[in-house]
Design a protein around this ligand. Structure first.
Ligand code: AMP
Ligand code: ZN
Length: 474
């Protein structure tokens, strides 16, 4: 039985899909105005573990992840760069798909881009206007009337008693105490530059929230199983998605709403706006591996805040070495013997298998699942040391690990990059980390000094649009 914590009910619910055997899952995707940072990837890895757990439990998963390629931030970026919106967002879309591979994130079935679904958004807005849940403002923008929808605030548990009737908010992101009628369609203004589409209300562009409503319903139907994101998505994004969708259809949008806690750094949420972020490309450039980042980001339960440190990331290498060494030893014992099922596992490993299943079905408790993995490694090593592991048992334990790894995806070694040895050297990564911090505050003098120090240690550092890249000097 799979239990998932549902933000809607604020409790652990037993998961049952609407249609037997199939799970329809919508995961809010990246806003492609920059490369994604490790905080974003914490959310995508949590969603990947969810998807993989559903598959491990025998479900077929139909997952949709949108690409937000038009919103306040992408438009600002394109206009600042003086290029079209498409030209601006395309490299970030490409980078995102590369990063997913690096982190072993299974691809979704669909990645709809918002700009390719404007007609669906317009149709949904027309429906809301016809039902009097939305109204057209004087400038040609369209707003959702939150007073028309009595359930507004249910997901975020808002107290709307002091709400000012008719107050409006045009921005995509705003705080709970600014809850108000929000924009479904934004009439063109000069800040939008060349970004605009025709609509029944004049030229303009969609609000961020309506994008997800239109795309999830287009691919998954008016009611589907699971909708996810980071906790910062609960309000306003998911609250507004629920209001728009359910007011239009009269049906619940998603039955389970799952949200992951933040990745924090120095006590604050890792985010682009605070400037305290590390992109995946930065840390790969420092010599860490995708597998190590994945391991770290899944090491805490997804609803617990996770604190990012380079020491923590460095420690992962030791943990994964233990995994690799144990698997290697088991392979040596098993020799040519293989096991297609885990039926021949010894009793002690059978207990571990049950514990693994229990951990992952307990609201995806990856921290407990890692605990079971290391207990199994410890016991395997003990038995191999005492010459008490048979070929068939070793083969069965390896098959059991493969079964677990469908969920965790951390056991196969990476194809290493040439720079991978650097991560083992705390002095080098420390210099790279300091240099990145210097570059973020545009202290180029300090950044050059650190580059020279690295050169003295035998490393050449190059700045690319993917971040710092390191190679051994010849
Ligand atoms: P964005 O591109 O800002 O829309 O964010 C994409 C996803 O990353 C959303 O699900 C966010 O909730 C999530 N996210 C952003 N920052 C963090 C963070 N520091 N920790 C965890 N998830 C985050
Ligand atoms: Zn969304």
């Amino acid at each position: 039985m799979l239990k998932l914590y549902n933000t809607l009910t604020r409790g652990q619910d037993t998961f049952e899909p609407l249609e037997p055997g199939v799970v329809k899952l919508y995961t809010c995707g990246p806003t492609v105005y920059d490369v994604a940072h490790l905080g974003n990837f914490r959310a995508y890895i949590f969603e990947d573990i969810l998807r993989r757990t559903l598959e491990y439990k025998g479900y077929r998963v139909l997952q949709v992840m949108n690409l937000t390629d038009v919103d306040d931030k992408t438009i600002r970026g394109a206009n600042a760069a003086g290029i079209s919106l498409d030209t601006f967002t395309q490299p970030f879309k490409d980078a995102f798909f590369e990063d997913l591979k690096t982190l072993r994130i299974e691809p979704a079935e669909h990645y709809p881009a918002a700009t390719a679904h404007i007609p669906e958004m317009i149709t949904l807005i027309e429906r809301l206007i016809a039902l009097k849940h939305a109204y057209i403002a004087d400038d040609g923008s369209v707003y959702f009337n939150i007073a028309s929808y009595p359930d507004y605030g249910r997901l975020a548990r808002l107290d709307l008693s002091s709400l000012q009737s008719g107050a409006r908010v045009a921005h995509d992101e705003y705080a709970k105490d600014h809850a108000a009628d929000f924009a479904l369609w934004k009439a063109w203004d000069t800040d939008d530059g060349a970004v605009a589409w025709d609509s029944p209300w004049g030229r303009g562009r969609p609000g961020w929230h309506i994008e997800c409503s239109a795309m999830c319903m287009r691919y998954l139907g008016e009611t589907f199983d699971i909708h996810t994101g980071g906790i910062d998505n609960i309000f306003p994004h998911h609250e507004d998605e629920i209001a728009q969708s359910e007011a239009a259809t009269g049906k619940p949008l998603a039955r389970y709403w799952l949200h992951c806690a933040h990745l924090i750094i120095d006590g604050q949420k890792m985010s682009k706006s605070l400037g305290n972020f590390h992109s995946l490309r930065d840390v790969i450039g420092m010599g860490f591996r995708g597998r190590e980042v994945r391991y770290l980001l899944a090491s805490a339960h997804y609803r617990q805040t996770l604190n990012f440190t380079f020491d923590g990331l460095r420690a992962v290498r030791t943990a994964l070495d233990r995994v690799d060494t144990c698997r290697h030893r088991l392979q040596q014992v098993a020799g040519e013997t293989t096991a297609s099922t885990t039926t021949e596992i010894p009793q002690w490993a059978h207990v571990m298998n049950t514990q693994f299943d229990r951990a992952i079905c307990d609201d995806l408790n990856t921290a407990a699942a890692y605990g079971v993995l290391f207990e199994t490694i410890h016991e395997s090593n003990r038995l191999i040391d005492g010459d008490r592991m048979t070929k068939r048992e070793a083969a069965a334990v390896l098959t059991m690990f493969d079964h677990w790894d469908h969920v965790l995806a951390i056991m196969q070694p990476d194809q290493d990059s040439a720079a991978a040895d650097t991560a083992a050297d705390p002095v080098v990564t420390d210099l790279l980390e300091k240099r990145q911090a210097a570059r973020q505050i545009k202290d180029f003098k300090e950044s050059d000094r650190l580059r020279d120090l690295l050169r003295d240690k035998g490393w050449v550092v190059r700045d690319t649009h993917n971040g710092q890249e390191l190679r051994k000097s010849s």
